[in-house]
Each structure stands twice: as structure tokens, then as C-alpha cells.
Design a protein around this ligand. Structure first.
Ligand SMILES: NC(=O)c1ccc[n+]([C@@H]2O[C@H](COP(=O)([O-])OP(=O)(O)OC[C@H]3O[C@@H](n4cnc5c(N)ncnc54)[C@H](OP(=O)(O)O)[C@@H]3O)[C@@H](O)[C@H]2O)c1
Length: 251
């Protein structure tokens, strides 16, 4: 398929590279930041424009990968008539594109994407559209990029996005807090990396609740009390430690 990418950030870059790797052609990148557009266009070997009146009319699919907050106003600058247009957001309704084109939908990459990714990650896609024909087109396209493609309406997509925030953003925040704690206590955070890897490997074949370990699930109150003593200087960590301990014990 011939693709136009709208946006020049992380999602546009990775989806562009992934599309090219699957044998598609990126015709053009349209954005608002000339330097970022030139950079991604050189990586994807395509043209770019910062004037959205000059968006290439010959693409099969237009992928709008701009910030969630900018999507609600995108119809003010983008009119694609009947061309198939999708956005890439987990938490935004597909209806945000209904005045951009008669054929609109969503291509949500359920993955954390960074421009700098040296290796293209495996990406499950949740897709949706306003007509059965568009769903079929987007599904065919997504299946060239991934072996995990599911149709999900706005409600289901928003819920899986929420679950993604729990497993990814919140977990990473815990890593960040643990790293700060290690720095403050002159400990090597990197010693924890094999543990992080082992747990994420284990849940590929087990339910996370079945492989829960640690003092909370064992009911080891002596260790819990000792940890809370050690956290005396860290009120934010005490709050989280108590909250997670309660949550694990009331499962
Ligand atoms: N990255 C991920 O891990 C990921 C995963 C799944 C889904 N998504 C979704 O993909 C979409 C893009 O996210 P991203 O991570 O690629 O964000 P990003 O790296 O921050 O890039 C955002 C892009 O949106 C452009 N933009 C912001 N406001 C705009 C406006 N008012 N008009 C036109 N362009 C505007 C930015 O242009 P400037 O450079 O000029 O600011 C930039 O090109 C979002 O809907 C996000 O939810 C991202």
C-alpha cells in the first residue's frame, strides 16, 4: 500500500519503518515541524510537507500519528474527502476523524514506540473503522505488519489502553522510584535487571496472580514491618508499599 504519515514523532517514525519493512511505500510525511519532518522523511526515503494543502492525494491510507490532544482539532486543517484515514491513539474515539473523511478508523499500536528504537518491536494492533469495508482494509494492512491484529471498538480499545497504562506506565514508574531509592542508598539498581526480566518472562506462560512472590503474599509481617522501618525517610514509598501490600493481600 501507499502511505502518507501525518505527524513526525515516535509513532509516525516506527509505523513508517515497520510499513517499509513489510513492503509498503511511504509516499510522504506531513507535519508542522520542518526539521522533524525532514529527519523522518530522510529515514523513510520519502518527501515531506509542512503545508497540509499539499498532502499527496495518491495514498491508500493516511495515518494520523499526532498527539492525542491535537486530534480533536485535526479536522480544522485536514480534509481527505473519501480517502481512508486512521489515527493511532488508544484513548481517543474514532469519531474524531468523522469530518476528515467519509472513511475513517483507528490503527492502534499496542506497544511503546520510540523513534530511537534500533530494533523494530513486535506490535499488536487494535483496529476499528466506520464501515465494514474500511475495517477489512485496515485489518489487511495491519496483518502485514503484525501477527496480532484484533478489531476493537472505542470502548474495548479504551479499556485495553487502560490495562496498558497499568502494566507499562505504572510498572515503569515503580522502576524509576526503585532506581531513585537505590541511588539514595548507594545501591546498584542494575542488580535488579535480571529479576525484572525473569518476572516478565514468567508471565508469558503463567497467570501473574499465580506467580506472585514476596512478603505480602506470604503474610510475612516481620519482613513487611522491617521494610517500612527502612522506608522511614521515603514517605511516598511507604504509601505505595502499604497500598501494594494491602492490594496483594486482599486479592
Ligand atoms: N509512542 C507510543 O508509544 C505510542 C503508542 C501507541 C499509540 N501512540 C499514539 O500515537 C500518537 C502520536 O504519539 P507519539 O508518541 O508519536 O507522539 P510524539 O512523539 O510526541 O509526536 C507527536 C506528533 O504530533 C505533532 N503534533 C502535536 N500537536 C500538533 C498539532 N496541534 N497539530 C499538528 N501536529 C501536532 C507533533 O508535532 P511537533 O513535532 O511539531 O510537536 C509530533 O509530530 C498519539 O495519538 C499516541 O497516543 C503512541
Amino acid at each position: 500500500m501507499n502511505i502518507v504519515l501525518i505527524g513526525s514523532g515516535n509513532a509516525a517514525t516506527v509505523l513508517g519503518k515497520k510499513s517499509i519493512a513489510a513492503g509498503h511505500e511511504v509516499l510522504q510525511v506531513a507535519g508542522r515541524n520542518e526539521e522533524a519532518c525532514a529527519d523522518i522523511a530522510s529515514k523513510l526515503n520519502c518527501t515531506f510537507t509542512i503545508n497540509w494543502n499539499f498532502i499527496d492525494p495518491l495514498a491508500d491510507i493516511y495515518i494520523v500519528a499526532i498527539s492525542d490532544t491535537a486530534l480533536s482539532a485535526v479536522h480544522e486543517q485536514l480534509n481527505l474527502d473519501r480517502h481512508l484515514v486512521v489515527h493511532t491513539a488508544g484513548a481517543v474515539s474514532k469519531e474524531v476523524l468523522k469530518t476528515v473523511s467519509k472513511n475513517y478508523g483507528v490503527l492502534y499500536p499496542l506497544q511503546t514506540l520510540r523513534k530511537e528504537n534500533a530494533v523494530l518491536p513486535e506490535i499488536p494492533f487494535l483496529i476499528d473503522a466506520n464501515t465494514a469495508d474500511s475495517i477489512s482494509l485496515i485489518k489487511d494492512f495491519a496483518e502485514t505488519l503484525s501477527t496480532h491484529v484484533q478489531v476493537a471498538d472505542d470502548e474495548r480499545r479504551k479499556k485495553i489502553h487502560l490495562a496498558a497504562v497499568l502494566v507499562n506506565n505504572f510498572t515503569n514508574h515503580l522502576y524509576a522510584l526503585a532506581e531513585k531509592f537505590c541511588e539514595a542508598e548507594h545501591l546498584d539498581f542494575k542488580l535488579l535487571l535480571p529479576l525484572i526480566t525473569e518476572t516478565s518472562e514468567r508471565i508469558k506462560t503463567n497467570s501473574p496472580s499465580e506467580v506472585q512472590t514476596g512478603p505480602a503474599v506470604r503474610g510475612d509481617e516481620a519482613t513487611i514491618d522491617m521494610h517500612l522501618q527502612l522506608l522511614k525517610k521515603y514517605p511516598q514509598l511507604i504509601k505505595l508499599y502499604e497500598m501494594f501490600t494491602d492490594s496483594i493481600q486482599s486479592k
